[in-house]
Every structure is written in C-alpha cells, then in structure tokens.
Design a protein around this ligand. Sequence first.
Ligand code: CA
Length: 516
Amino acid sequence: MSEAPIIIKIAKEDNVGVVVNVNGLQKGTLLNDGTILSQNVPAGHKVALTNISEGDKIIRYGQIIGYANRLIHRGELVHESVISLPAPPGLDSIPLTDDPKPEPEPLTGYSFYGYRNADGSAGTRNILGITISVQCVAGFTNFIVKRIKEELLSKYPNVDDVVALNHTYGCGVAINDSSAVIPIRTIKNIAANPNFGGQILVVGLGCEKLLPERLLPQDHHTLEKSDNPVSNIVIMQDESFRGFDEMAGGIMKAAEEHLKWLDRRKRVICPASDLVVGMQCGGSDAFSGITSNPVAGFAADLIVRTGGSVMFSEVTEVRDAVHLLVPRTIDSSVGKALINEMKWYDDYLLKWGTDRSANPSPGNKRGGLSNVVEKALGSIAKSGTSPIVDVLGPGEKIRRKGLSFAATPASDFVCGTLQLASGMNIHVFMTGLGTPYGLAMVPVIKVGSNSKLSDRWFDLIDLDAGQVALGQKTIEEMGWELFRMILEVASGEKEVACDKSGLYNDLVLFNPGPTT
Ligand code: CA
C-alpha cells in the first residue's frame, strides 16, 4: 500500500498542483479531488487538475505561469515542453504608487551578541580581511593568509579568522568606463563589511590600474589619526623591499597591528535591529516556493519588525514578478528605481543576445520548475510581505533599515559577493537541489526546501523547511525557528554547517564592462 497522495495548490484558482510525496506519485493514483494521474509524476512536478485547452492559462500561485501549447488533460504531468512562456510584465505599464504602506508591527526584546563598529554597524564575526587592488597579488595574499594563520592568529584569541578578499579585477580593464563603477565599489564596500571591524588592509602590486588608495574609505585619514595608526596599504613593488621574504615581512607586520586592534574587541549585546540579512536561493526546485522561501519570508518580516534590515536580490528571478513588488514600494521613487534596475538588466541581457529564459537551470527544471515565471513567483516569497523601502544598485551599501531590494544577478556566488558589499552580516540561503555554497566572511545559514535533500545532506543543511510540505510544521513555526537561528548564529553561539566543514566559495565580481 503506497502512502496517501499530497498535492499542494497555493491559490484557489490554480489549475495545477505540485506533487509533494518525496518519491513522487504513480500512474493511476487517485487524488482527493477525483483527479486520476495518467502518468507517473515525480516529486516537485505539476499535475493538471482540470483539462487545460490549447492556448489556455496555466495558473500557479494564482498567477499565470504560461499557456498550454496543446490540450493538457486532467491528471497529466504538466511538463515545461507543454508550456509557452508568457510575455514579461511591461515595465512602463506598472502603476507607481505613493499610497502610504502599513507600518510593520514593532517586535521588541530580541538581541544578539555582536561586535560594535565605529560607524554604528555590528559585526557577527571578528575577522581580519585582506583585500587586493589587483588579481596579480592573489597568490601572494593567499600565502600570507596561510602564514598569518600558522604564526599569528593563535596569539589573538578574540579574532575569528583571517580571510583573503581576492578577486579577478584591477587591471586589464577599462577603469574609467561607466561600467567599472560596479566592480570598483563592490571591492571597496566588501572590505568595509561590518565583519572586518572597519580595518582595511590592502595588498597592491604597484603598476595596476585600480589604485590601492581607491579602496580606502574617504575618511581613512581620520581613522589613522585616531586610535588606529596602522599602515593600510602594502605594495609589492615598493623599492624598500628586497626579495620575497621582506615583502612577506612587510605585510605580516601590518597584519599583526590590525590583529592587535581587532583582538581588543569583545562581543556586546546588540539589538536585533543591527542585523543585515541577505536572502538568497540557489539550486531551487518546485518546493522552494512552497516551503523554504515562504519560511525565509516569514523570518524576513520578523527581522523587519525588530527594526533590522533585510535584502533580497536576483534581478532575473524577480523580473517576472515585478508587478507584484512595485505596489509594495514605499513611494513612487522607490518603485521607479526598482523598475529601472529591471530595465537595466533587460538591456544588459539583450546586449549579449539573450533574455530571461536563460534562467532556470537544467537542474531547476528537473526539480519541477518549468520556467522563469514559475521560478520568480516562488523566489519573491523570500521577501516576505514588508514594504520595500529602498533599491540598491549592484554593490551599493545599504542605506535604510527595513526591506531593500539589492539588485544583483541571480548567480549564487555573484549575488553573495554583492550582498557582502552591501553590508550583510548574515546570509540565509535556500536550496532544493543542494549546493555546498558558503562564504568565509559571513555565516551562511542553509535552508533545505525538501526533507529528502535535508536528510541526505544532513551535515550541509542547517534547517529543513521540507517539514512544511509534509504538514509537520507550519510556515509560521519554521519562520520563528529560522529567526531564532539567525540570532544564535549572529551571536556566534551556533556554528553553521558550511563553517563546520570549511566550505567556502570565491568572491566573484559582477563586471558588466569589457576586459582589455
Ligand atoms: Ca541565486
């Protein structure tokens, strides 16, 4: 006897349902509404709950995800091959609004132990970040980081880690091109992430186009004059160095001064309003929009209610749902900014002769996500329901508390890199298919969208949101669980899976400009 069929329909008007049973459902299965499956339907895939005529709407989340390109019979698997992609929402026809939005109901009494920074931000880790002005010195910087870990770090027990902020930029690029603004501010703002305590240490070569001085904050002179008279830039071509050992010695000396300064820091009570949470998903499946993303969205609303900051991103996954987001912007200028980021990306994709249909990935499709519209509707669930208070360009620093849209590509490692630059101090990452994604600079909480993955990847996933699909927990219960986990992880009381195993991705810049 096989288990009872579980089908999830999000909105009343949906004419397709998603099979939730972890092993899928067999041909001939009778569903509660009387539908009989005419073929096997794998977990996460859709089944037609009515006959859908050729040209008719296919509705999920109460929204049109496409049109039937032939008659689809009730009980049939609704595969991507039978769905025509609808036109994206016209960006010029979405009404902008200045109507007042409901204020999120305040949530008080939540705090975490963090590292207070001079600029008012709070770190969730106390890390020495060493940035570079050009890729040429990346090998040298890796060598130095290894040496610092072996020879110095244990002398400074309050410092959590030393991390090379390596990237592929700095030379061989059109440095004054308008598109260079994005990678340059990204590199600069990453070094200023709250988890590095305001300490900027740059390794440069000496002949690169990106001058190391450009990576220092504008007020770095006052910083040097105050309590931190430490050398911030070490140049390999500096003529006072003779040989590799002397260069290494130069940077080790500078690094030790920074370590001494960082080691004086202690965790202090910080209100939850100091959290800057970056939300992202990757390796999504059809469960992501039912379980992990709504759970993340519920937690996002809780963070916003404490007065904290949440960012969501991934332009190509928001593009097809932007008509649902513009009405949530706090005023018409924020709405316009959101539309402008979509337009910029439409043009960017067009320049390369592609469009939004390049997303989803083959894995997404195997997981049951037929097209980018369906993916977008599930993806925006992670933004919760709060008003959108601001829109950031790629790599810009966060400016306002509350929910911001930080424009980034959907690519996991590029989005994470840009959210680091925007100042996130904790990252929440939802996955359905599984990815070892992690960052060394901020803790990454991994949320699994289905229990099959969360069981198989028990030591790589931090929270199993698949329990929602199986009816074991509600979205609200799991949203609170995630919220509490965020506070514990931010306090350093709980170690996330990717930190336990030391799995970290490289920083990958978004460089829309040419390489020379
Ligand atoms: Ca992503």
